[in-house]
Design a protein around this ligand. Structure first.
Ligand SMILES: Nc1ncnc2c1ncn2[C@@H]1O[C@H](COP(=O)(O)OP(=O)(O)OP(=O)(O)O)[C@@H](O)[C@H]1O
Length: 307
């Protein structure tokens, strides 16, 4: 992938990264990452330790890159005045949000709203009620945080990120602990939000990416290995997925299907594992297949990505 030009197009709500590297001591968590993220929902995928949270923290201006350049919402986060402007316009749901347990749900959000400088008391309270309703916690507004369930706490943290209608919303594993009903509600909320703004969604839940994202970024060991649409990522696995009558010695068996056939990913070529010929049935790939092939998780060998 060629490095995108830093341009004023990000003023509309996007992000540009140019050769961004971030080290923690000797460990390189992000390695020469160049990408462009525009309006809509972009899914950020990668194995544990791939660098997703590090990238999210750089985009939230919580962490400075060791080298390279970022442009966020048309501003340069290296300049303190512009960094403040970016912070005013972004909502960040971090991986492990801190929620003070003795606050009520309302009180905590009001506290965050004060820190976000969301106007006078009345406007602030209206905004707190709005986001509580959005995440389905309005009825729990006077419940203390410590008495909320894990999924409710996660929704409360999401409400905090939504305060003030940010132009850029960074969500690090937002659906952890949500029940199916709440996950659907989350998808509805984020997809509506993203019609006019930018959302970056870091997740291990590939179904959420399939359901929501118009763009996908895959990181592997700190490097960008894919950027494109979900359909393009699925396309990476076309011809690599087969159903076989028995478990083969080559390829990666994803699972034994209810019909007794083995669903197999073949990273090395778009043909069935040797010896199966006619008995191999081609299977339509999923986003997960594309992701597994790209990151080398299937048979330990990566196919070439489009990054
Ligand atoms: N504060 C830190 N100090 C030292 N090393 C760190 C720190 N934070 C992250 N790392 C290392 O940087 C690499 C990338 O970590 P990061 O948390 O960005 O990955 P991730 O893709 O978000 O992983 P996960 O899916 O497990 O949340 C890992 O090797 C991790 O051990």
């Amino acid at each position: 992938m060629t490095a995108p030009e830093v341009s004023t197009c990000t003023a509309l709500g996007g992000v540009v990264a140019q050769a961004v590297t971030r080290r923690y001591g000797l460990r390189t968590a992000l390695n020469d990452v160049s990408l462009e993220i525009g309006r809509g929902v972009t899914g950020l995928l990668g194995r544990n330790g791939a660098g997703k949270t590090t990238l999210m923290r750089c985009l939230s201006t919580d962490l400075d890159p060791s080298s390279g350049r970022l442009e966020i919402l048309g501003r340069n986060p290296e300049r303190s005045g512009e960094r403040t402007e970016i912070r005013r316009r972004l909502g960040h749901l971090p991986q492990n949000p801190t929620l003070y347990p003795h606050f009520t749900a309302f009180g905590l959000l009001d506290y965050i709203a004060v820190l976000k400088e969301l106007g006078g008391r009345r406007r602030r309270h209206d905004e707190v009620r709005r986001v509580l309703s959005l995440v389905g916690l309005y009825d729990r507004r006077f419940t203390r945080v410590r008495r909320l369930s894990g999924g409710m706490k996660q929704r409360l943290a999401l409400a905090g990120a939504l305060l003030g209608e940010p132009q850029l919303l960074l969500l690090d594993e937002p659906t952890i602990g949500l029940d199916p009903e709440q996950r659907i509600r989350f998808r509805d909320l984020v997809s509506e939000f993203a019609t006019t703004r930018t959302v970056v969604l870091s997740t291990h839940q590939i179904e959420d990416v399939e359901a929501l994202c118009n763009g996908v970024i895959v990181l592997d060991e700190g490097r960008l290995v894919f950027t494109g649409t979900p359909a393009e990522l699925i396309g990476q696995a076309r011809g690599h997925v087969w159903a076989l009558p028995e478990r083969p010695s080559a390829g990666t068996t994803t699972w034994r299907r209810p019909d007794g056939r083995y669903r197999v990913l073949t990273p090395y070529a778009t043909r069935p594992p040797e010896g199966y010929g006619e008995s191999a049935e081609p299977v339509d790939p999923t986003l997960e297949d594309g992701y597994l092939l790209l990151t080398g998780a299937a048979d330990g060998t990566a196919v070439s990505g489009s990054a």
